[in-house]
Design a protein. Sequence first.
Length: 241
Amino acid sequence: MQEAEFAQHAALEDHHWWFRARREILYNCFIAGRRPSSLLEIGCGSGGNVAWLSRFIPETTGIDIAPAAVAFARQRPEGKYLLGDFRTCPDLTWERYDLILLADVLEHIPDDRAFVEELVARMRPGACLVATVPALTQLWSHHDVVLGHQRRYTREQLGRLFADLPLTTLRLSYFNTLLFPLIALHRLLFGHGQGESSDLTSHGPWANALLTRIFLLEKYWLQHWNLPMGVSCVHVAQKRG
């Protein structure tokens, strides 16, 4: 991802509707019930998730390979941020992490299967993994190109990615469903433009508040059931052993 996009993420992710609602949904529907005491986010970007989740989880750590992202993250007082690759970083103590978070990371990885195999091999038995990805190739647009995505996933493809690993799947669902028609229409009409900027942009306070409320309605459903379609997918699993 280009450095300008990291700056845009850092400027917006604490209040932008997509980041705010996604964090609340992930915590309330997929994390809170696990009661983790320690979290590691791989591909933490500018640190918004790690900082927000530190309200509820005693120890939160983020790691990213992008120096620009970690520089922004380290400006936050909450959480610990490491620069490097999780496969080679000497500062990661894997036995202590109850929860591993991959928030829209796998779509950036050329060999996503090798990536998750190496990650799961390092997780301690009983630890949980929460992974989100952008969904549906039909939604592919200039936004994906700018952000350096390799692919988008169906729910079935995301499930197969973790097949035959020592994991028990706890949840596998689409989300960001209520806004799917609006986002799909936007991608259809405007998703094949030019330039070096993604779709991430600031909205007025009223529009931002409305979009946040609509997206957050899904948490009442996702606490109990899966959703049949959406702009994103989530996979929650626990390591066996």
